[in-house]
Design a protein around this ligand. Structure first.
Ligand code: ADP
Ligand code: MG
Length: 727
C-alpha cells in the first residue's frame, strides 16, 4: 500500500478545529500594527511628523538629522508593540518579497541598549549578489542598497518591524519592482494632473488607484505535501480528473466550508492589524478555490499590501494546516486563478476621473480620461500582454476560462453608442448649436451611475466596469507592480501627448478649450477602434478578427516578452524616466531566464514522478495480474484465456503505457540537453517552450491512463478527488 498518500488522507480526516479569536469590531484593530498617522502623531515630534508627511505627499527628501528622530520614534512604537527586530522589506526581481532581520539590540561600553538609528531606517545594504539582476551588477560591478519608501508605511509582522524600501544598485539602476512602479506613478500623477486642470484648476495631485482580487486554492497541508509536483512546481503535473469537478457549479458563492472559514477569519484579522482593508471573501468556481478582495487603495500601497498579504496567507495557512496554491493552473480540467487589477485615477479633490459625473463638463472630463486610456491600451497592447506573461499564466490565458492572449478593451453598449456619436463631431471649431447639441444629447446623456448598467463581459481582458477599468488577464502569482507599471506608464505617455495636441489646437488654431478637446478625442476614437471588442473573447472567430485588426496574439511567454525590449517600449520608459535601456533589458533577461528554469524544473519533476513513482507502481500491479493469470492457467489449463482474458488485456495496456511514458521521458531529456547547450537565453526559452514542454502532455496522458487502470490501494500519488474534495 502506498503509505504517504494514505497517511496524508488520514491526517486530514483527524484535523483538530483551530479556534480563531476575532475582534468584535474590525475597525477597532484596523492598522494597529502600522506606523500610520495616528502612531506617528503619538511617537514623533511635530517637525519629524511634518517632514514625513511632506515626503509622502510631495516626495520631498527627509533630512538626515530628522531621520534620527523618526527612527527613534518608530523604534519606541515598535517595541511598545512587542517588536524585537527590524528589517528593510523589499521586492527583488524574483517577484516575491525579501527581508533580513536585525535586532534592535546593541552592546555599549556599559552594557546593552535597544538602538535603531536614522541611518538604519534610511538605508541598508543587503547582500545583493544572490538576487537576480539581469547582468546589471556584473556590468557595473556595483553593489545594491535598499532605501526607505515613506509613501508605504512601516508595519509590524510577528515581532519584526518591516520598513518598505526600494532596492537599487549603487550606480542607480533599479533592482526591484517597486522603483519603476514609483516612477510610473509619478509620471501618471504629473500627466493626469495637468489634464485634470483643464476641468478643475484646483487639482494638485492625481493618484492611480488599485483594487486587486486575489484568487487561490486552499489544500490540506498533508495532502499538498504528499505531492512532489505541488511541492516543487506549485501545480499538479499529472493526475486524472476527478469524476466530479466543477460541472455542477455547486461551489461558486456556496457556503464556505467551516475549516476554510476559520482560516479566512484568522487571515482577515491579521490583515486588519496590518492595515490591509480586505472586504470580500467567497468560494470561486473550482472546488477548493476561493477569492479575497480589499477596498481599493493608492497603487503603491495596494501593491505592497498584495505582496504582504500573499506572505501572510502562507503563514496563517500553516497555522490551519493548509497550503495555499497561488499557481494560475494548479489542476488541469478545472478553473485556474487570476488576480483582476481594478484600476482608476483619483484626484486629491476626491474625484474619480473614470467616474461619469452629473454635468456635461464632468462627463467631458470622464470621457477624456476614458478615451485616453483606451488609446493608450491600443498603442501598447503588446507591452500590456508582456506585463502579465509567465510560465504559469500561459496555462490560463486563452484556456476558455480566462481572457485570451489578445488584449482588447470592452466598454459596453452604452458607452459604445456615446463614442459613436462623438466620432461624428465636426472637424475644427464647433458652432454654439453643435456644442449645445453635443452637451445635451451625447455627453450629457452618460448616466451618472453607469455601474449597474455596464454589461459584464467576462471574456474581456481589459473591461470598463462603470467607474474603473478591470485588467483581468493578470495572473494570481503576479506581483501587481509589473502590470501597474506598464498601465500607468502608457496612460501617462498618452495624457502627455493629448495635452500637447489640445494645447497646440488652442494656440495655433485659436480653438476654444472644449472644441480642441472634442477634436482630439474624436481622432483618438477613430485611431483606437481596433482595440475595442464587445464580443466573445473565447471564440475562434475573435482570433481571426484580431489578426485582421493586426492585434498581437502572443500565446506563450517567450513570444510575449519580446515586446518588453522593443524600440517603442524603450522609448516609452526612457522618455518618461521610468527605466533606462539597461534596466529594461535586465528585466527581460531575468524573466526569460526564469521562464526556462520553471519549465526545466517541471520537466525534471515530471520525469521523476513518471519514472520513479508511476512506472514502478504500474509494474507492481502488472505483476499481481501476471500472478493471477498464471494461477488461473494452473487451474484451468488450456481453457485459461476464457477467465484471464481481461487481465491479459490489462497487462498489455499497462505495458503499452509504460513504453510510451519511457519513450516520452527519454525524448524530453534529449531535448533538454540540446536546449541547455544554447548560449542565447531567448533561444533557450523558445526551445523549452516549443520542444521540451510539448512532452508534458504526452507523458501525462499515459500516466493518467495508468491511474485509471492500477489498483487504487497501490497508487502512490494523492488523487485529484482527494486534493479537491477533502477539507
Ligand atoms: P467584481 O469585479 O468582482 O464584480 P467589484 O466591481 O465590486 O467586484 O470590485 C472589485 C474591486 O474593484 C474591489 O477590490 C474594489 O475595491 C475595486 N474598485 C472599486 N472602485 C475602484 C476604483 N475607483 N479604483 C480601483 N479599484 C476599484
Ligand atoms: Mg472583478
Amino acid at each position: 500500500m502506498s503509505t504517504l498518500r494514505f497517511h496524508a488522507i488520514k491526517e486530514t480526516f483527524n484535523r483538530p478545529v483551530i479556534n480563531v479569536n476575532e475582534p468584535e469590531r474590525r475597525s477597532s484593530i484596523f492598522g494597529q500594527n502600522v506606523f500610520n498617522n495616528d502612531a506617528m502623531r503619538q511617537y514623533l515630534t511635530k517637525d519629524s511628523y511634518k517632514s514625513v508627511q511632506d515626503a509622502i505627499v510631495n516626495g520631498s527628501k527627509i533630512d538626515r538629522s530628522v531621520a534620527d528622530h523618526i527612527s527613534t520614534g518608530m523604534k519606541e512604537w515598535a517595541i511598545s508593540k512587542g517588536a524585537t527586530h527590524y528589517t528593510h522589506w523589499f521586492q527583488p526581481l524574483t517577484g516575491s518579497t525579501a527581508e533580513k532581520h536585525d535586532a534592535f539590540f546593541e552592546t555599549t561600553e556599559d552594557g546593552a541598549i535597544e538602538k535603531f538609528g536614522g541611518g538604519q531606517l534610511v538605508q541598508q545594504e543587503p547582500d545583493a549578489s544572490s538576487f537576480p539582476n539581469g547582468g546589471i551588477r556584473n556590468t557595473f560591478e556595483a553593489r545594491g542598497y535598499t532605501a526607505w519608501d515613506p509613501t508605504s508605511p512601516a508595519f509590524i509582522f510577528g515581532t519584526t518591524l518591516c520598513i518598505p524600501t526600494v532596492f537599487v544598485a549603487y550606480t542607480g539602476e533599479a533592482l526591484d519592482n517597486k522603483t519603476p512602479l514609483l516612477r510610473a506613478l509619478q509620471s501618471v500623477d504629473q500627466a493626469a494632473t495637468a489634464v485634470a486642470k483643464y476641468f478643475d484648476k484646483s487639482v494638485a495631485k492625481v493618484n492611480a488607484t488599485l483594487g486587486w482580487e486575489q484568487e487561490y486554492f486552499l489544500i490540506d497541508k498533508a495532502l499538498a505535501k504528499s505531492r512532489p509536483d505541488i511541492n516543487l512546481a506549485g501545480r499538479t503535473l499529472l493526475g486524472h480528473a476527478s469524476a466530479k469537478g466543477q460541472q455542477l457549479d455547486d461551489h461558486y458563492f456556496g457556503s464556505i466550508p467551516t475549516r476554510v472559514l476559520n482560516y479566512m477569519r484568522d487571515l482577515e484579522t491579521e490583515s486588519m492589524l496590518l492595515g490591509i482593508p480586505v472586504k470580500t471573501r467567497h468560494n470561486e468556481v473550482a472546488p477548493n478555490q476561493f477569492e479575497l478582495a480589499p477596498i481599493f487603495e493608492e497603487t503603491n500601497l495596494a501593491v505592497d499590501h498584495n505582496s504582504l498579504l500573499m506572505d501572510v496567507m502562507n503563514k496563517v495557512a500553516d497555522r490551519h494546516n493548509f497550503t495555499v496554491l497561488f499557481h494560475e493552473k494548479p489542476f488541469a480540467g478545472i478553473n485556474g486563478s487570476g488576480k483582476h487589477n481594478n484600476w482608476s485615477l483619483a484626484t486629491n479633490t476626491g474625484v474619480n476621473l473614470l467616474g461619469p459625473g452629473s454635468t456635461p463638463m464632468k462627463n467631458l472630463q470622464f470621457l477624456t480620461f476614458f478615451i485616453n486610456t483606451i488609446k493608450a491600451v491600443n498603442e501598447y497592447e503588446e507591452l500590456l500582454r508582456a506585463a502579465i506573461a509567465s510560465a504559469s499564466n500561459d496555462h490560463r490565458l486563452g484556456a476558455n476560462e480566462a481572457p485570451p492572449a489578445i488584449i482588447s478593451v470592452f466598454i459596453g453598449s452604452q458607452l459604445t453608442a456615446v463614442l459613436d456619436e462623438l466620432e461624428k463631431v465636426k472637424n475644427g471649431k464647433l458652432s454654439p448649436e453643435d456644442k449645445t447639441d453635443l452637451k445635451l444629447n451625447v455627453v450629457g446623456k452618460i448616466p451618472e451611475i453607469l455601474l449597474d448598467n455596464t454589461d459584464r463581459n467576462r471574456t474581456s481582458p481589459f473591461a470598463f466596469t462603470g467607474n474603473k477599468f478591470e485588467f483581468r488577464a493578470v495572473g494570481s502569482t503576479a506581483n501587481c507592480a509589473k502590470p501597474m507599471t506598464v498601465l500607468n506608464a502608457i496612460v501617462a505617455k498618452q495624457l502627455i501627448d493629448f495635452k500637447d495636441k489640445v494645447d497646440g489646437l488652442i494656440k495655433d488654431k485659436k480653438m476654444k478649450k472644449d472644441d480642441a478637446i472634442f477634436n482630439v478625442l474624436r481622432e483618438y476614437i477613430k485611431d483606437s477602434k481596433r482595440i475595442r471588442f464587445e464580443g466573445d473573447g473565447y471564440g475562434e472567430a475573435w482570433e481571426k478578427e484580431a489578426k485582421k485588426r493586426k492585434l498581437s496574439n502572443n500565446k506563450t511567454t517567450p513570444e510575449a516578452l519580446k515586446a518588453q525590449i522593443s524600440k517603442s517600449t524603450i522609448d516609452l520608459y526612457e522618455g518618461l524616466g521610468i527605466m533606462s535601456k539597461v534596466e529594461i533589458e535586465a528585466r527581460h533577461e531575468i524573466e526569460i531566464e526564469e521562464y526556462a528554469l520553471r519549465i526545466q524544473i517541471e520537466g525534471r519533476v515530471l520525469g521523476d514522478i513518471a519514472r520513479n513513482h508511476v512506472i514502478p507502481t504500474a509494474i507492481r500491479y502488472q505483476n499481481i495480474l501476471i500472478e493471477n493469470v498464471q494461477g488461473i492457467k494452473d487451474i484451468y489449463g488450456k481453457n485459461f484465456k476464457k477467465f484471464a482474458g481481461e487481465q491479459m488485456s490489462l497487462i498489455e495496456q499497462i505495458s503499452e503505457h509504460i513504453e510510451k511514458i519511457n519513450k516520452g521521458i527519454t525524448e524530453m531529456i534529449n531535448e533538454r540537453k540540446k536546449a541547455n547547450k544554447l548560449n542565447d537565453s531567448e533561444k533557450l526559452a523558445m526551445d523549452y517552450c516549443h520542444k521540451v514542454k510539448p512532452y508534458f502532455d504526452e507523458i501525462r496522458y499515459h500516466c493518467d491512463k495508468l491511474e485509471l487502470l492500477v489498483d487504487d490501494e497501490l497508487w502512490p500519488l494523492t488523487k485529484y478527488r482527494e486534493l479537491l474534495f477533502t477539507r
